[in-house]
Design a protein around this ligand. Structure first.
Ligand code: ADP
Ligand code: MG
Length: 626
């Protein structure tokens, strides 16, 4: 028998194949099983047009047979088989895909998509085998053939005996090396797990004889090992099933099986899209936050399947960062895969899918917020911060999409409120959406700056997280209402009269305030009369973009740029202390300096800012006591 050489550049290609196309050896099994499944699909398609051929699903299967004694692994299928020519053409020529040709000739039916397309998958067998033997009998032929090759040096073909139509591929596994233990591909548990991982949703049963321990017939304690044929794969993926046939429990079970989390999903989303790009997806919004969620270690992504075969464990491009908490998978027949099927060729379809998915998640969250507030707040507790980051990041590119998903505590009942609800409640004369920042609700409630706003009957949003104010600054306005900090220098009240009053008063005390500003030097930008204080003597207000809360956040960051807010010290003219200030100004400049510094430091304390010199501060306190 003469040995035939692989055609054309096949030798070099084969070498490339074995050494570099795939990053992961175990996928050889995925490739061979996919080919077997394609071969059965082809019979199915033949039967559609051939009245003599009846396709009885139960007759078709794939079987995996490990043989430790011979060190071989055999993959058997009852598919269409290959003629001598086909063995020659399809296996003798690398990068020739009989399946692609078939696909181009046949009109494929939904859900029966042929997997093969590149004509290289078969050769991945050489990553684990020294010798590959293919015995095949084609549908409608009487003769069977054996194709055999030990890699780059060519292959042989000869007639052989085989009763039934189909193909048997036997791999003689390589000797173990230090890095790779090829024998593991003979272990039942390992084979099972590879099949489960990549080929769980192959339409036909993948069978294997699995060892079971059974009690011996005549004894209670003695066990014997018996081989029992099992079907390893689940076959019908849940996402191909009809939504109406599935219950919440089905989705929850799948969530647990897939190890998406230890919790129960808060919401399951099942999508089947038959548009410009066809795909099915099962998405979950988890209830509990993964322990590493807000760390660098956390990796977002969805599982990606192509026609039921796993391509990628975590495809990050399918999820935007602000929805990185979503778990689940996408299966599409329309993906352009690259040759190793480990990566995607080009991402037009993927981008489309990602866009659709993002929209879907947003709408589901909106519905949840509307219909099940309690559940939504639970979700928000875990992942609200991520949504706020989403508003802030990418220069606000997603802010419109996300703004209606935000919740903030507010002075109204101290409950979480949406921006829409806030605006709904605004009295007619209120022009701005007011907010106050602080460590906690308790602390914010005690801020002197909130007094006047609350007194006007306006509601205040309470920002307790670092990100809040940054996100709001990015949002700028909601429903054409601008956001305004209760600490901003101008609260924007509509009060022409009192304004005039203040102006008159301000002029009167200008000399005093100028003197105080001199004492404080560049610690503050200005000292002035307060329009917002009622019972407190002083507070700090800010001018410009940086608020005091932002200053705190920024200065806590590594390599902070020492960004400071422009602070304004506001004095309450109705407070008794004001009288003392005036007196000191007229009679005792040292006293004025003492009072001014004390008041300034008090204002810092109220804001939760550190006072620059605590020792001096306490000494000053004592001075006035004595
Ligand atoms: P692809 O699956 O991308 O077409 P492969 O290298 O995996 O490429 O397979 C090459 C060709 O060999 C297939 O297109 C198919 O025509 C043929 N083939 C491989 N395995 C089988 C099999 N088990 N039964 C029938 N034909 C097969
Ligand atoms: Mg293939």
């Amino acid at each position: 028998m003469t040995k035939k050489q692989f055609k054309a550049e096949s030798k070099r290609l084969l070498d490339l194949m074995i050494h570099s196309i795939y990053s992961n050896r175990e996928i050889f099994l995925r490739e061979l099983i996919s080919n077997a499944s394609d071969a059965i699909d082809k019979i199915y398609y033949k039967a559609l047009t051939d009245d003599n051929l009846i396709f009885q699903k139960d007759d078709y299967y794939i079987k995996i047979v490990p043989n430790k004694k011979n060190r071989t692994l055999t993959i058997i299928d009852t598919g269409i088989g290959m003629t001598k020519e086909e063995l020659e053409n399809n296996l003798g020529t690398i990068a020739k895909s009989g399946s692609l040709a078939f696909k181009n000739e046949t009109e494929l039916k939904d859900g029966y998509d042929i997997i093969g397309q590149f004509g290289v998958g078969f050769y991945s067998a050489f990553m684990v085998a020294d010798v590959v033997t293919v015995i095949s009998k084609a549908l409608g032929e009487t003769e069977a053939y054996k194709w055999e090759s030990s890699g780059a040096d060519g292959y042989t073909i000869e007639p052989c005996d085989k009763e039934t139509v189909g193909t048997e591929i036997t791999l003689k596994l390589k000797e173990n090396t230090e890095e790779e233990n090829y024998e593991e591909y003979l272990e039942e548990y390992r084979l099972k797990s590879i099949i489960k991982k990549y080929s769980d949703f192959i339409r036909y049963p993948i069978k294997m004889d699995v060892t079971e321990h059974k009690p011996k017939e005549d004894s209670e304690n003695d066990h014997e090992e018996v081989k029992v044929e099992q079907t390893i794969n689940s076959m019908v993926p849940i996402w191909r099933k009809n939504k109406n046939e599935l219950t919440d429990e089905d989705y929850e079970k799948f969530y647990a099986e897939k190890h998406y989390g230890f919790d129960k999903p808060l919401k399951s989303i099942h999508v089947s899209v038959d548009g410009a790009v066809r795909y099915n997806a099962i998405l979950y919004i988890p209830e509990a936050m993964p322990f590493d969620y807000y760390t660098k270690e956390f990796e977002k992504g969805l599982e990606l399947y192509s026609s039921g075969v796993l391509i990628m464990n975590k495809c990050p491009d399918l999820l935007p960062d602000h929805f990185s908490f979503v778990k689940g998978l996408v299966d599409s027949e329309d993906l352009s895969l690259n040759i190793s099927r480990e990566m995607l060729q080009q991402d037009r379809q993927l981008k489309l899918i990602a866009k659709n998915i993002s929209k879907k998640i947003k709408n589901e969250l909106k519905t949840l917020l509307k219909n099940d507030r309690e559940k939504y707040e639970k979700f928000y507790e875990s992942f609200g911060r991520q949504l706020k980051y989403g508003v802030y990041s990418d220069f606000g590119a997603n802010k419109e999409a996300l703004q209606d998903l935000l919740l903030f505590y507010s002075s109204q009942d101290k409950k979480l409120t949406t921006l829409d609800e806030y605006v709904e409640r605004m009295p007619e004369d209120q022009k701005y959406i007011y907010y106050a920042t602080g460590e906690s609700i308790d602390r914010i409630e005690k801020l002197p700056q909130t007094e006047l706003v609350l007194d006007k009957g306006y509601e205040i949003l309470y920002f307790t997280e670092d990100i809040d104010e940054f996100a709001i600054k990015m949002l700028m306005s909601y429903n054409e209402k601008e956001f305004k900090s209760v600490s901003s220098s101008d609260l924007g009240f509509d009060e022409a009269d009192s304004e005039k009053n203040n102006e008159a008063e301000e002029n009167e005390f200008k000399a005093l305030f100028d003197e105080m500003k001199n004492i404080l030097a560049d610690k503050v930008k200005e000292v002035r009369l307060s329009k917002r204080l009622k019972s407190h003597p002083v507070c700090l207000a800010t001018d410009g973009e940086i608020s005091i809360e932002m200053e705190k956040v920024l200065s806590a960051m590594p390599n902070n740029q020492n960004v400071k807010a422009d602070k304004i010290l506001e004095i309450n003219p109705k407070h008794d202390v004001f009288h003392s200030l005036k007196q000191a100004y007229e009679q005792d400049k040292d006293k004025l300096a003492l009072y001014t510094n004390l008041l300034y430091n008090q204002a810092l304390l109220i804001e939760g800012l550190p006072i620059e010199d605590p020792v001096e501060f306490t000494n000053n306190m004592c001075k006035i006591m004595v």
